[in-house]
Design a protein around this ligand. Structure first.
Ligand code: G6P
Ligand code: ZN
Length: 542
């Protein structure tokens, strides 16, 4: 029986690029999730009898939310739901399942790399039939609907047993509890040379993968250990926990420190990698050599042809604007285009759909390709393994060789977190106002060549996105980018991206912060960060 329940709107159910993200207690308010899901269904057309994919990253409140979504999907008239066993589906796996089964769309329960647990974050996001995040006109429609909602529809029924594989029914809707790993692992097997990787592990190659007690544990264990023969224990923190063991499931030098220390030590494994809460981010590290996400994208692009799924070559590369120009150098050499997009994975969707780009990446630890429409942490790890298995060189050798060929883009990001929002806005406004007068100015010995506020015109649909970050270019080819984070939860986060190109191989082994020290000083002085924010140093340097 379908129940129609009266409700009143909640404020602020505005989905961002990565869906609606709030603290768990916000989601636990009466009718909160129901309102949002009804607003979502009300914003979609013609899904009667269609298939919906549902899964999440296993964080606290995942199962409860899924039961609600299932009953509402049945009441809304979906014909079939594919839901991951245990309520689990990594974000890239959800994208893969949507595409493979030609589903109408999917609902992913996740707050990505944000901490979980009863006081942590929760999130819900809708992906469309191409497997990618809903475009803005859909998320806008959901938000508008959420402001006027008066009732929602939900099936009165028993909870679905999410731990039993196979088919059950919820009213007229078929519920298929699927193995969350199977379809994804099969796709990886088509893209990469699993035999070569198996040989690599059989030869004694050592690796550690940190699943950060989040969703990639089951995927990495099945693929790396059980399929590719990596030794048991390769996957650390491999069991998804509702609170991620109290950690921040974000793969970077700060939050994956245990892994980094291990791989940086002399006796450590040769290769290390990690992924975030929902499995879309990745970090790559070789013994003694951390690979920046920008370099990783460039190296993947230069070597992709070694993997069977990309042996015909790549058609184009796409990177977000703040990501370093290392990939552009590869594109130049390959004679293909490197597209420069605003920050946010959604900007790659059209380029991938249109076949203009094959691989894409962002400095924020995201890398992926046209195989799905989300960034994909394990994909990047398997791509690296494929490259290592084919080239039989260490990560450090591959990186050094890459710099030798293309030059090195020294790159770092300095974040000022939880800055007063008004101060941060004023700082950006002031920079914007000075754009025209900056060229020709000499600061600390470097001359500004040009400066702008990045705007993007999508080459496929012509849409224009403005105010995506202040760029200051210097005559020696260096670049400083100022941008306010779009994902912070408290105050504003000012991100400063610094980059300097070094063609001379004799100067490729400098410490990054030393190599960029002059530029760092300029970046601080130019907008008077200390004067405006009271901060004499960044909170995080990556
Ligand atoms: C999310 C998106 C990424 C984006 C990142 C930027 O993780 O999925 O595509 O690069 O946010 O975050 P920021 O805090 O810099 O706006
Ligand atoms: Zn994520």
């Amino acid at each position: 029986m379908i129940r129609v329940v009266a409700t009143t709107p909640y404020d602020g159910q505005k989905p961002g690029t990565s869906g609606l993200r709030k603290k768990v207690p916000v989601f636990q308010q009466p009718h909160y999730i129901e309102n949002f899901v009804q607003a979502l269904f009300d914003s979609l057309d013609a899904f009667e009898g269609e298939t919906l994919v549902i899964g999440g990253d296993g964080r606290y409140y995942n199962r409860e939310a899924i039961q609600t979504v299932l009953k509402m999907a049945a009441a809304a008239g979906f014909g079939r739901v594919l839901v991951g066993k245990g309520g689990i589906l990594s974000t890239p796996a959800a994208s893969c399942v949507i595409r493979k089964h030609e589903a109408f769309g999917g609902i992913i329960l996740s707050a990505s790399h944000n901490p979980g647990g009863p006081e942590g974050d929760f999130g819900i996001k809708y992906n469309i039939g191409n497997g990618g995040p809903a475009p803005e006109h859909v998320t806008d429609a959901i938000f508008e609907r959420s402001k006027t909602i008066r009732e929602y529809r939900i099936l009165d029924g028993e909870d679905v047993d999410l731990d039993a594989l196979g088919i059950t029914r919820l009213g007229d809707m078929v519920v298929d509890v699927i193995d969350p790993v199977e379809d994804y692992a099969e796709l990886m097997g088509e893209l990469f040379d699993f035999d070569a990787i198996r040989d690599l592990f059989a030869s004694g190659f050592s690796m550690r993968f940190d699943a950060m007690s989040a969703v990639t544990g089951p995927y990495a264990t099945a693929i790396l250990e059980e399929t590719l023969g990596a030794r048991p224990g390769t996957v650390m923190h491999g069991t998804p926990l509702p609170d991620f063991g109290g950690h921040h499931p974000d793969p970077n030098l700060v939050h994956a420190k245990e892994l980094c220390d291990l791989v940086m030590s002399e006796e450590g494994p040769e290769f290390g990698a990690a992924s975030d809460g929902d499995g879309d981010r990745n970090m790559i590290i070789g013994r003694g050599r951390f690979v920046t996400p920008s370099d990783s994208l460039a190296i993947i692009a230069a070597n992709a042809h070694l993997a069977p799924g990309y042996k015909a070559g790549i058609t184009g590369i796409a990177r977000s604007m703040p990501t370093s120009g290392a990939a552009d150098r590869v594109a130049d050499k390959l004679g293909i285009t490197c597209y420069e997009t605003p920050t946010g994975w959604k900007f790659f969707g059209n380029l991938l759909d249109a076949g203009l780009a094959t691989v894409c990446g962002e400095e924020s630890f995201g890398t992926g390709s046209n195989h799905v429409r989300e960034k994909d942490g394990l994909w990047a790890v398997l791509m690296w393994l494929n490259i290592l298995a084919t080239r039989r060189q260490s990560v450090a050798e591959i990186v050094a060789d890459h710099w030798q060929t293309y030059g090195r883009n020294y790159y770092t990001r300095h974040d000022y977190e939880e800055v007063d929002s008004a101060a941060a806005d004023a700082l950006m406004a002031d920079l914007r106002a000075r754009l025209e007068t900056l060229p020709g100015t000499v600061i600390n010995g470097l001359t500004v060549e040009r400066a702008d506020d990045f705007a993007y015109r999508d080459p496929v649909d012509g849409s224009v996105t403005t105010k995506q970050g202040i760029r200051v270019f210097f005559e020696d080819g260096s670049r400083i980018v100022y941008r306010l984070s779009g994902t912070g939860t408290a105050g504003a986060t000012l991100r400063i991206y610094l980059e300097r190109f070094e063609p001379d191989a004799a100067r490729h082994d400098l410490d990054t912060q030393d190599a960029l020290a002059g530029l760092v000083q300029i970046a601080r002085d130019l907008p008077d960060i200390e004067g405006r924010t009271g901060r004499s140093a960044p909170t995080v340097i990556t």
